[in-house]
Design a protein around this ligand. Sequence first.
Ligand code: ATP
Length: 247
Amino acid sequence: SAAEPILSVNNIEVVYDDVILVLRGVSLDVPAGGIVTLLGPNGAGKSTTLKAISGLLRTENGLVTRGEVRFMGEVITNLDPEKIVRRGIFQVMEGRRIIEDMTVIENLRLGAFTRRDGAPAVRRDLEMVLDYFPRLRERTGLAGYLSGGEQQMLAIGRAMMARPKLILLDEPSMGLSPLLVKEVFSIIRSLNQALGITLLVVEQNARMALGAASYGYILESGKVVLDGPADQMMSNEDVKEFYLGGG
Ligand code: ATP
């Protein structure tokens, strides 16, 4: 059913370099087909949570030392990141991380690197992504020359090329103008609605994120301090004061 969590993070503890305890028992659920947002101040552990799910934590000498991450019912805690991509989870890192000295098409093809369903399927999806982002189709030069907004779209397009079930998005609004933030969030909603991709979105822009999501969590100092349906979060007095600029 639609309420079934596709992802379930149960009481995870994360440690970097064997000693730095960053997550102190974080639990969250993401329903299949939903959009969930993870909010919180700088340094709360939001990116760390995403990396614990995608396995990218391991590339930074981090480890889940307690609790578990389950995806589609199976435990994926501390698996190799490539294995996690193959299971259908793709993380779009903060700061976009596109390859600046490769073309748009080359960057998009990188997203498909774990796929085994053959070149024609990948070519079809490349066309689908370029239809989604017409502006990227016009950019035939190196990705380094793209604007910030275009780079964010390229990073999302690259995630789509992996045909993921779940996309983990780390601060998609970072560095973008208000207009582009709106555009990126409308793309996020259409990825969810038209393609059925489930999303877990880390954001500083709580208003946009809660506008797109059905459920939200607030992380502070490595712990979930508040969670609830997005509309309830938006009318919560503490959330208003600390995350929505008092509005
Ligand atoms: P931001 O919005 O600033 O990215 P965040 O909520 O995403 O904040 P994290 O990036 O997860 O927070 O960082 C949480 C804590 O973990 C911080 O204190 C940070 O210094 C620490 N940390 C993050 N990455 C590492 C690492 N590779 N090694 C050691 N400590 C780290």
